[in-house]
Write a protein that binds this ligand. Structure first.
Ligand code: NAP
Length: 250
């Protein structure tokens, strides 16, 4: 039995990951959704190997830890793969940096960056429990590449650069642990492709078309993500990948 824990599963790439993984009865998927109203579509599928936890990524860490206590019974042998997927984008991500509305920044950072750290803190005791190679995946974005960004920026791009940085920090901390369960764990940071989801608005679609980007479906993205997760081990911990498994520059 492999236990996956994925944030933000009610739609988009997260939902496709759930649909793919639950097809295999050897997998247990625990997903987070903001609230029960948002979970109706998933609940109607009545999937035996799917459990849901209700958390808003902007909730405080105490609430995270409280909600994640459900893992004591859902995952008595611990979580094997943690995928930090939930995020938001601001409508101004494609605007010139002198024109973007800075009022969005704190909301985007709170969900994408602080929310990522809160989720990691809350999952940590359940991840490093049991045995096997534990894997952590932080969903990043080409928007967060510092060297030569090709798409978007502002609050979203900056938040994803921070997520990439956090992933490298976690990889290093865990590599230096004395505990073999922790120092053999694998941290991967993955751009999931340019994916057809509600993350894109008219201006991002226009800008992405201009740079020749083509969209993939959420199912394709989920399949590619799982391939990268399965194929990469400790020697690649702390690496940033694109959806094809190619290593991206920071
Ligand atoms: N689509 C792309 O082209 C693309 C490219 C690069 C990276 N990514 C990354 O891929 C990941 C998945 O994105 P997606 O394209 O699948 O987007 P999506 O369809 O908008 O899904 C985002 C998920 O995050 C959840 N979420 C957002 N804010 C939340 C909050 N405050 N509390 C709880 N859940 C929250 C959403 O739930 P609600 O429905 O409740 O908001 C939803 O389940 C994100 O990390 C994104 O940055 C996407």
């Amino acid at each position: 039995m492999t236990t996956y824990f994925i944030t933000g599963v009610n739609k988009g790439i997260g939902k496709s990951l759930v649909e793919l993984l639950t097809k295999d009865s050897n997998n247990l998927v625990i997903g987070t959704v903001r609230n029960e109203a948002k979970a109706q579509e998933l609940l109607s599928l009545k999937l035996e190997n799917l459990k849901l936890i209700y958390i808003d990524m902007a909730d405080n860490v105490t609430k995270f830890k409280e909600q994640f206590k459900a893992l004591e019974s859902y995952a008595p042998n611990g979580v094997d793969v943690f995928i930090q997927n939930a995020a938001i984008v601001d409508p101004d991500t494609m605007k010139h940096s002198t024109l973007c509305d800075t009022d969005y920044f704190s909301t985007v950072f709170d969900v994408n960056v602080t929310g990522t750290v809160r989720a990691y803190q809350a999952i940590y005791p359940y991840l490093f429990k049991g045995n096997g190679t534990k894997k952590m995946v932080f969903i990043g974005s080409i928007s967060g590449i510092i060297g030569e960004p090709s798409a978007g920026g502002n609050a979203y791009g900056l938040s994803k650069a921070a997520v990439h940085r956090f992933g490298t920090q976690v990889a290093k901390e865990n590599r230096n642990s004395q505990d073999p369960l922790i120092n053999q764990s694998v941290t991967l940071i993955i751009h999931p492709g340019v994916v057809e989801t509600t993350m894109h608005n008219d201006s991002s679609r226009k800008a992405l078309t201009e740079i020749g980007a083509s969209y993939i479906t959420t199912d394709d993205s989920a399949r590619k993500l799982l391939k990268i997760i399965n194929e990469n081990g400790i020697e690649r911990s702390g690496t940033l990948f694109d959806e094809e498994g190619e290593i991206l520059p920071w």
